[in-house]
Design a protein around this ligand. Sequence first.
Ligand SMILES: Nc1nc2c(ncn2[C@@H]2O[C@H](COP(=O)(O)OP(=O)(O)OP(=O)(O)O)[C@@H](O)[C@H]2O)c(=O)[nH]1
Length: 299
Amino acid sequence: MMPIPPIYPLWSTQTPPIYPQDRDPTPIVPVGCPDPHSPQEAHTPLAGPPPPSLPPLPPVTRLIPALRPGSIPHTSPPPARRRRRGAAMAKQYDVLFRLLLLGDSGVGKTCLLCRFTDSEFHPAHISTIGVDFKMKTIEVDGIKVRIQIWDTAGQERYQTITKQYYRRAQGIFLVYDISSERSYQHIVKWASDVDEYAPDGVQKILIGNKADEEHKRQVAKEQGLQLAREYGMDFYETSACSNLNIKESFTRLTELVLQAHRKELEGLRTATAPPELAQLEEDEQQTPGGNDNPKNCWC
Ligand SMILES: Nc1nc2c(ncn2[C@@H]2O[C@H](COP(=O)(O)OP(=O)(O)OP(=O)(O)O)[C@@H](O)[C@H]2O)c(=O)[nH]1
């Protein structure tokens, strides 16, 4: 029979002895360190004289690259790798640029994106945190256009982050929900933020989403058209749920961006490398959100 160990209350100042049966047979090895008990990792001393002492390491001046506003978060590949990947992608597209989805929380920005890139619709609302993106290549007027579509969080608290992405967009969707008068009224505020933070000449279109919810409609189609006219924008009523005008609206904004950058795109067919209006930052497989988790963020 094993002796019964004494009970040590939590408030006891006495250190309890370690009984052999209490010892953890597996030593704790910090993650990332070689396991000193693993035969493969065992350290074998080198034969011969001890190695000469190494020169002192230079002082570490910067461990983490500074993140400029609107720059690529720390997950982005180094420039050389990006260039190589750009070259590898060269055969697959003629031009690359970036579109941004803006609008109140819950208007359906993520659903529009998922419907367009993956032909999927998610009935649950999981709020985007910060920003996320997906990519898709489409052909417009015989030009293969690779588009990065950035999905931003509609919630007020993320707007300091999301505004940093405006300035690198070539095209912007301003999205409201036809069943929410409030989201329609807020378009004025979104448009004024775009004027303030996005580059001159950025292309915009207005989207009234959830057009399938006719019974809940609070914003007449005419109101959408009127607002779009005031801002000089194209207008679409869409439904991510029933796949109404999704391809049409994404293709239209792409066309507008192409038209706006016609000069830069001249000689496209003779160019050796595709012009990149936006830098190719990551391919889909490597986005933190990936294509599997559209709600992950880069913030
Ligand atoms: N009926 C209907 N529901 C939609 C449509 N688009 C989105 N929804 C629903 O609206 C809710 C919000 O959609 P999201 O795409 O997550 O909204 P969001 O604008 O990305 O929201 P944030 O990430 O918080 O900014 C979800 O429950 C969706 O299923 C649509 O076209 N029709």
